[in-house]
Design a protein around this ligand. Structure first.
Ligand code: E4P
Length: 217
């Protein structure tokens, strides 16, 4: 499973990238707002660090507007994936932009039917939002499994990009189901390293080591 980092914070992207953990980046209007930076400027900086797909989201509601914004965002760098919402106009924009040979990430997907339409429209990525479904007491992970099954049934090449990931458990569950990509905040990716037994074991080893009075360097 590829890891995308869901942020527009350069320091976080750089830290994970230096560890080889970043296969791509996703941003959205809320993340750009949180960064406090100009969308084109920050996206360009992200693309100078990361070789993989960097999603930049359109904000128009009509297909024509999304296409115009998508073409403009694609000028930032060759690895831009244009993010459009899963609306009827978003699907139209997806078809036009993918026909032009551009990567398109169809976002705000909350149902298997929506994912099926995105694949038919030629999306490069479909972004089902796990956490926001869980917030409503629905099962976000079940949606990932449904989409996996549907795409495999018909050989759709659209990549399943598990999004709205809120905890480390979501990462392993998405990987078990076979999501192609998971996008998560840097803190969630780092939390994947944590285990209470690792901390406990390390504590015991260090106490025993201190009692030997030895040094390695
Ligand atoms: C995905 O591309 C979105 O940017 C993101 O995963 C949304 O996550 P949230 O529901 O935690 O805001």
């Amino acid at each position: 499973m590829k890891f995308f980092v869901d942020t527009a914070e350069i320091d976080q992207i750089r830290e994970l990238h230096d560890l080889g953990m970043v296969d791509g980046v996703t941003t959205n209007p809320s993340l750009i707002m949180k960064s406090g930076r100009d969308i084109k400027e920050v996206t360009k900086e992200i693309c100078s660090i990361v070789d993989g797909p960097v999603s930049a989201e359109t904000v128009a509601l009509d297909a024509e507007g999304m296409i115009a914004e998508g073409r403009e965002l694609a000028k930032i760098a060759d690895n831009i994936a244009i993010k459009v919402p899963l609306t009827w106009d978003g699907l139209k924009a997806c078809k036009t932009l993918t026909d032009e040979g551009r990567m398109v990430n169809v976002t705000l997907c909350f149902s298997a039917n929506q994912a099926l339409l995105a694949a038919k429209a030629g999306a490069t990525f479909i972004s089902p939002f796990i956490g926001r479904l869980d917030d409503l007491n629905l099962d976000g992970m079940e949606l990932i499994a449904d989409i996996r099954q549907i795409y495999d049934n018909y050989g759709f090449e659209t990549q399943i990009l598990a999004a709205s990931i809120r905890n480390a458990n979501h990462m392993s569950e998405a990987a078990k189901i076979g999501a192609d990509v998971a996008t998560a905040p840097a803190a969630v990716i780092k939390a994947m390293a944590n285990h209470v037994l690792t901390d406990k074991g390390l504590d015991a080893f260090l106490k025993d080591w201190a009692s030997t009075g030895q040094k390695i360097v």
